[in-house]
Design a protein around this ligand. Sequence first.
Ligand code: FES
Length: 92
Amino acid sequence: MCKDAIVFFNKPEGAQLEAGETYYFCMCGRSKNGLFCDGSHEGTSCEPKEFTVEKTKAYHLCRCKSSNNLPFCDGTHSIYSDDDVGSKISSE
Ligand code: FES
């Protein structure tokens, strides 16, 4: 988690990922699609999270930026309402 992150959305998004491919997960919540880094973290304390997957399949990726298992959704998004989208993430 990054303390400067904002809630991109209060639900995850499915993404088809390829085994062995390197991905850069958006940690700041400011990228255009909320999933992958596009450089929008500049000026924040956030850095993208580099990751790979072992199996080619669809994964639920976190868009609330608060999962305890980033980049994957762990259900933490349930603490956010629609009004929290675009706000700073909860520090708890
Ligand atoms: S979208 Fe972040 S935990 Fe589900």
